[in-house]
Design a protein around this ligand. Structure first.
Ligand code: NAI
Length: 343
């Protein structure tokens, strides 16, 4: 039986954004149109029209659908604009950043990597509470940055990580921290996450690592990790390290999950150097769409999509320039549409 289409906001975004979102929409059409799109402009495309990279119509649309697929948004340099991505996270209280990394192309430095990182997305040092202290006529003699982690904020992201693990058959959550030095800031996160872990005893295992040891172990023996749960800044750094284990940001999807909405995106930016050339790799955004399908309970369609991507990379030899091939966005889209249509 066909499932009903779910309303969702689609933000084509800047640079290669319109090309890769068009590819994703075409592939989803072949999958039976799981979403009905409300297309909204954001980023530079919106600045040109309305002077605001996040216009009210876009925000209203996400308030209505509570679900969005977002192409990369370029933040205008200068002019006092805050990062549009940080604004979106704050606006919709997107407290959990989910970044899965899985080996998709064999023969790289590491085989069989399958790690999911859950990063707290709103607290820690990202609250931007910073200032300078003038001393002896030097207005910027010292700089101070404060981080804030709350018990409530730590609990909700820890609950998200353990629930995710349970739902997706993951065996273990590793809490990553620096509580030996940042006893209050990192300690509150570790203690709260351990408390949450107790509720999952016998179902999902838990251990913890200090951030520096974790960074080294990820390079030495990454297979020991399953789900990693950590705070904002550590998560920012580790998620790029983990993406590096599977060949870089080119195929890294991300989900920002919140109380009020969930927004799915590729981790990479708008790639202005290749925009409009038809050679962008749509896979990161497509993998983000698979996360979006999981999120709305369409894991059947997510699996079809992931199998089509795996099959194409393994057997069809269709690869864009960033993956060492010479295929265009169009070639890759058609190869995936062919596979999706066969199932
Ligand atoms: P970038 O990720 O756009 O590009 C870095 C390099 O990777 C470039 O050589 C680019 O051609 C290549 N690349 C990226 N995605 C690709 C794809 N799908 N297929 C093939 N090659 C790809 O990073 P950059 O240049 O630092 O940022 C450009 C703009 O993107 C900036 O305005 C930045 O603010 C924005 N940005 C937006 C993000 C978002 O919306 N989530 C994330 C990161 C950057």
């Amino acid at each position: 039986m066909a499932s009903a289409s779910i309303p969702a906001t689609l933000i084509p975004g800047d640079g290669i954004g319109p090309e890769i979102t068009a590819a994703v929409v075409e592939i989803l059409d072949a999958l039976g149109k799981p979403f009905v799109w409300d297309v909204q402009q954001g980023g530079m495309a919106a600045v040109e029209k309305s002077g605001d990279p996040l216009p009210p119509a876009l925000l209203d649309s996400i308030r209505r659908t509570r679900l969005a697929l977002k192409g990369p948004l370029a933040t205008p340099v200068g002019g006092g604009y805050r990062s549009v991505n940080v604004r979106l996270r704050e606006e919709f209280k997107l407290y959990a950043n989910l970044r899965p990394a899985r080996t998709l192309i064999a023969g790289g430095r590491y085989e069989d990597i399958d790690i999911v990182l859950v990063r707290e997305n709103l607290e820690g040092f990202y609250i931007g509470f910073e200032h300078y202290i003038p001393i002896d006529g030097d207005p910027q003699a010292a700089a101070i940055s404060s981080g804030i982690n709350t018990r409530a904020g730590s609990r909700r992201v820890a609950e998200f990580a353990f629930e995710y693990a349970l739902k997706h058959g993951r065996k273990k959550v590793t809490i990553v921290h620096k509580a030996n030095v940042l006893k209050a800031l990192s300690g509150i996160f570790l203690d709260t996450a351990r408390e949450v872990a107790r509720k999952y005893e016998g179902k999902v295992a838990m251990d913890d690592r200090i951030i520096d040891a974790c960074a080294m172990q990820l390079v030495l023996k990454p297979w020991q990790f399953d789900v990693i749960l950590t705070t904002n800044l550590f998560g920012d750094i580790l998620s790029d390290e983990i993406a590096g284990l599977v060949g870089g940001l080119g195929m890294a999807p991300g989900a920002n999950i919140g109380v009020d909405a969930a927004i799915f995106e590729a981790v990479h930016g708008s790639a202005p150097d290749i925009a409009g050339k038809g050679v962008a790799n749509p896979l990161a955004l497509l993998l983000a769409t698979a996360l979006m399908l999981d999120h709305v309970g369409r894991s059947d369609a997510a699996l079809t999509l992931r199998n089509a991507i795996d099959g194409m990379l393994r057997d069809d030899g269709v690869r864009t320039g960033d993956l060492g091939g010479s295929a265009t966005t169009r070639d890759m889209t058609q190869a995936i549409v062919r596979r999706v249509s066969k199932t």
